[in-house]
Design a binder for this molecule. Sequence first.
Ligand code: 5GP
Length: 143
Amino acid sequence: MISDVAYDQNNIFAKILRKEAPCFPVYEDDMTLAFMDVMPQAEGHTLVIPKFPAEDLFDLDPEYAGAMAKTTKKLAAAVKQAFDAPGILIAQLNGAAAGQTVFHIHTHIIPRSNGIDLKLHARELADFEELKRHAERIKKALG
Ligand code: 5GP
């Protein structure tokens, strides 16, 4: 039995899903949404979330876990192509002790290149016009 007792319906990603908060979307289907991280650790940093009220992996319905993995794979390929990235880091943090700061489960898709360090986690707000352009690049790569 899946429980959403602890889930905060007012977390920022829940608001994005309800369209009460803006985002720069790149992909959407019945079970998932992908959009730009507003405090990217590298250009092209993209997030994938399920349309399911789970704080973390332990609360997530397995069918949504599958949908999330599928969307993450699809988006990772598009981000890699769009940013000509030799490497892609996939991260998914569970619990504050693991560094999670937004309590609606998500995967991070982060382009990596040799010699370019990651920026600090959730620290510096990006230029919104630039995020808009990055979202367009990813959408184009998705075809
Ligand atoms: P976590 O620390 O939970 O793994 O990651 C949360 C991510 O959400 C961080 O990378 C942070 O930059 C991003 N983030 C925080 N607030 C917002 C927001 O309002 N919109 C978007 N698009 N990303 C956000």
